[in-house]
Design a binder for this molecule. Structure first.
Ligand code: NAD
Length: 419
């Protein structure tokens, strides 16, 4: 286990788990079990490249906890993937599913590869061979992967097809985030962005404000950022700034969100959009707004810029956008930070619905999906908020404490096998 537990991300997650466990006086035996993944699989993935040569990649699937249900978590293709990072992300998935009270455990997978350097045929071969290597460990009742960085709906379609070929019949429920045509769910694409805004509404209410007229700045204008902007606008907020890797755009009176989204459809980047003042990503983070939603990268709010943040509320659409030191600074300033495991939970909730629909072979309409997702995510906010008020704690520690408490109950009820 040494290699698994030595990485920085893993260590940070364990530190957060321990701090939260102390608050709820978590059973020491439960904490010991929650401090390591249940299973970690490392596989070789040989791929015949377009040149005719074979290249061997390394892949991982870390299954952290299945106390609450089948393992659930994405598969990442990135050149920096290592087993410890995958394990840390698998732990976060465990607590995300738990704080949302989904009947799912936590897992994560990854292949150490730069997907931008592979052709489509090479990527397909890589995905099919990786799926084959982890096939004994995944399945609709065992472990259900999903997309993550460097993978998408097409990757999930190849995974589903490979697994189905091995079984001899279609098994759509083995993976989520698939295209609609092969068992994907309506509402999955918008889920994370919409969920973040449902949470923003609750956080604003908690601070005695309303989404109507609230000013919002969004960093990252991809899947999460664009849908968050669309719903915030629809619900009457004033989206004053957005940014992507090319930089940001600001208009204190509110940007024209419909026009911006149309621009993105054609240009795929904010570069060249002129209906507002150009700002940098750093300037966006420092805007005096009601809600700041970092929806791009991890580690963007740090001890070096946290003091510049003027937002009243931060909604973590991205995973890990605030470092631990920055979190402490923001809490001290009275900024309400809603952590990633809660704020971006819309995606995994609709993934859960996709799995349920695949298993029952009956598909819901989008209205039902959004309504049910809203109910789950806002209930999770209410539980966490109540805990934070009762214990006078920040929302990050509270979300983790609520999540651990839920798993602790389930673990204690199930007991330890064999004794
Ligand atoms: P995406 O690739 O669709 O969009 C990412 C956006 O971030 C793009 O607009 C990109 O230009 C921008 N970006 C990249 N580098 C940047 C930089 N240096 N500065 C500013 N902006 C930069 O990705 P996504 O699916 O929207 O995911 C965004 C974040 O949300 C990630 O952290 C992801 O892990 C997290 N997340 C996504 C989902 C989901 O369902 N898509 C679910 C949970 C969490």
């Amino acid at each position: 286990m040494e290699r698994i537990t030595e990485g920085e991300l893993f260590q940070n997650v364990i530190q957060t788990i321990r701090a939260a466990a102390k608050i709820i006086d978590c059973d020491k035996n439960v904490l010991a079990r929650l401090s390591q993944p249940r299973r970690s699989v490392t596989v070789s993935v040989p791929v015949r490249m377009d040149t005719g040569d074979v290249k061997v990649f390394t892949g991982y699937r870390v299954q952290y906890s299945s106390t609450l249900g089948p393992y659930k978590g994405g598969i990442r293709y990135h050149q920096d993937v290592d087993v410890s990072e995958v394990a840390g992300l698998a732990a976060l998935m465990t607590f995300k599913c738990s704080v949302l009270q989904l009947p799912l455990g936590g897992a994560k997978g990854g292949v150490k590869v730069d997907p931008s350097k592979l052709s489509r045929a090479e990527l397909q071969s890589l995905t099919r061979r990786f799926t084959t290597e982890i096939a004994p460990f995944i399945g609709p009742q065992q472990d259900i992967p999903a997309p993550d960085m460097g993978t998408d709906a097409q990757t999930m379609a190849w995974l589903m097809d490979t697994y189905s070929n091995q079984k001899g019949y279609a098994v759509p429920a083995v993976v989520t985030g698939k295209p609609i045509e092969i068992g994907g769910s309506l509402g999955r694409v918008t889920a994370t962005g919409y969920g973040a805004i449902y949470i923003a509404e609750k956080a604003l209410e908690a601070k005695g404000m309303s989404i109507k007229g609230a000013t919002v700045a969004i960093q990252g204008f991809g899947n999460v950022g664009q849908h968050a902007a669309a719903l915030a606008h629809e619900h009457g907020a004033r989206v004053v700034a957005v940014s992507d890797v090319s930089g940001g755009i600001h208009n204190g009176d509110g940007l024209n969100v419909v026009d911006l989204l149309e621009y993105m459809t054609t240009h795929k980047t904010l570069k060249g959009y002129t209906k507002g003042k150009s700002i940098t990503n750093e300037e966006l983070l420092a805007l005096d707004v009601d809600v700041l939603a970092p929806c791009a990268l991890n580690g963007v709010i740090t001890k070096d810029n946290a003091n510049n943040v003027k937002a009243k509320i931060i909604i973590e659409g991205a995973n890990g956008p605030t470092t631990m030191e920055a979190d402490a600074i923001l809490n001290k300033k009275g900024c309400l930070v809603v952590p990633d495991i809660l704020a971006n939970g819309g995606g995994v909730i609709v993934s859960y619905f996709e799995w349920v629909q695949d298993i029952s072979n009956y598909f819901w309409d989008e209205e039902q999906i959004n309504k049910s997702m809203k109910k789950i995510i806002t209930n999770a906010f209410d539980r966490t908020w109540k805990f934070s008020q009762e214990h006078k704690l920040d929302m990050r520690t509270s979300a983790m404490a609520v999540a651990i408490k839920h798993i602790e109950k389930a673990m204690t009820l199930r007991g330890l096998y064999p004794r």
